[in-house]
Design a protein around this ligand. Sequence first.
Ligand SMILES: [Zn+2]
Ligand SMILES: [Zn+2]
Length: 333
Amino acid sequence: MKALVLTKKEHMEIQDRPAALLKNHEIKVKVSYVGVCGTDKHLYKGLPGSGDANMPVVLGHEVSGVIAELGSEVHSTLNVGDRVAIDPNIPCGLCHFCHEGRPQLCENNQAVGVTRDGGMAEFVNVPETNVYPIPDSLSLRAAAMVEPVSCAVHGIHELMIRPHYTACVVGDGFMGQIFTAILASMGLKKVAVSGRNPKKVELLKQIGADDVFNPEKEEHGETYDLVIECVGVTATQERAIALARRGGQVLMFGVADPEASIQINAYDVFFKELTIKGAFINPHAMQDAIQIMTNRIDVETLITHELQLEDIPKILDGTIKEKITKAVARIAQ
Ligand SMILES: [Zn+2]
Ligand SMILES: [Zn+2]
């Protein structure tokens, strides 16, 4: 089968290799679409994703496809031919955090497309526990986005949300758009977006933003009950905290540079009773993501580029200079 392999830091190649042997409790999925994500860029550069890349490895953790084969001891009710989305994260089930029901903090987490071969290939083998059926009405192209949407769903689960709250999403990229659409679908009093790109204003309003503002161009005095940071750089992280009103909750969702730090005014945290939360990967969130994508938000309209497997290295190494909000590669249909 054809597979895109990260052989070493900053080096990828298409290889023709035999499909990996299927273990007893695994399901072989014929990949339809695979998303290209900021995490893949990190892994390409030798930085960690939800773990360290175990090179040589096939990347691709945002995967949809069709079941090709069931391992000999699979107990799942799924069958060959079923359309599915994959949860890439495989917590150990044995450590302190797994035992207390927080598998996202697992000390031995494995991940499809990070520590083991992923979906940038014609086939991928995954534990049966990580395979989720999708309804007929959800396209396989959209279903490659279940994983990123599930990460947003986990972020939403981590917040205390009430209908009369106002929210501000910091960042107009793909994840900012996903949060905007989800929050708008929850019927909050107001959903605002802080973003820099004037070309995205119309889209953001279409998916439910009540207000879009550019904090670098306009004075903006308003503060919010919920602020969701989806950029991951220090300026926007500090801005996110400043945008929280008294009693506000700030979700740090954007992936930060591990070396970077921000300044926080502790008096503000005290006086405003701020909550600053992190949300890492996607525990217990796949089914909600599939449901939200089935009848609340149309994620397909947010995919900006469709590629072939061969094009992916050009995105990761920066050869394609064009600004890409979200790309998927079509492997098979
Ligand atoms: Zn991702
Ligand atoms: Zn664990």
